[in-house]
Design a protein around this ligand. Sequence first.
Ligand SMILES: NC(=O)c1ccc[n+]([C@@H]2O[C@H](COP(=O)([O-])OP(=O)(O)OC[C@H]3O[C@@H](n4cnc5c(N)ncnc54)[C@H](OP(=O)(O)O)[C@@H]3O)[C@@H](O)[C@H]2O)c1
Length: 248
Amino acid sequence: MKVLILGGTTEASALARTLCEYSIPALFSYAGRVTAPKPQPLPTRVGGFGGVDGLAAFLADNGITHLVDATHPFAAQMSRHAVAAAERCGVGLIALTRPPWEPVAGDRWQRVASVEAAVQAIAGPAERIMLAIGRMHLAEFAAQAQHHYLLRLVDAPGSLPPLPRHSVIVDRGPFTLDGDRALLRAHRIERIVCKNAGGEGAASKLRAARELGLPVLMIDRPAPAPRPEVHSVDAVLAWLGHDTDLGV
Ligand SMILES: NC(=O)c1ccc[n+]([C@@H]2O[C@H](COP(=O)([O-])OP(=O)(O)OC[C@H]3O[C@@H](n4cnc5c(N)ncnc54)[C@H](OP(=O)(O)O)[C@@H]3O)[C@@H](O)[C@H]2O)c1
């Protein structure tokens, strides 16, 4: 048995720790989007595979028997490629994902289907917006240049983000309710725009928004790729046929 974890999430790192703990042979893969990715206890490769063909070749060359897609729920292309390459190579595939966030009493969410729809939804008078979507789609918000955007990014941007009015905070989760409440107040934020990433690490901004009565524009996940999906490391171990009680 040899596992390949497609990573870039807290869940992927948790799985890597567990596979290492049980001495299950595995490799870890990062896209290479951040300058200092979290070190992993498994042999790690960084960078795209080169599409479905590249991933299929990697699976074959490295004798991979099980592929775990633990990428972010918005990493739709990687997930599609994983389905196609696993099928081509006859390698087992499972996705380790976090359930999406659901609104609770007191939340003022407006849901949209895509980044593009989010941009359209904020046409209107100038506001102070926390734009918590990472750095990949910032340029699309230049179409609503009237707003002041607070950006929270994992790395300091190499060049100025393409938004005329913005502030940047360089920080990486997990974030806290106290910290996010203070941040929203200090920047006089009137609305949050974010992706429905799910999980605990980035949920505190939603709790803080609820407390402060702020609206949230929630970008829903892209349609999931056709593959089995589980939400816990234990479920992945069970899929691998590993009995944690026996340690085998
Ligand atoms: N999208 C988000 O909001 C978000 C948030 C937090 C973390 N992340 C992490 O950042 C990475 C990139 O996200 P994305 O939205 O750019 O993905 P994407 O659009 O689905 O992927 C674009 C390309 O990046 C490469 N890639 C993605 N994940 C990879 C991995 N784990 N190992 C090797 N190559 C990978 C693949 O290149 P090739 O076609 O050349 O193989 C893929 O086709 C993902 O690993 C994801 O877990 C994404």
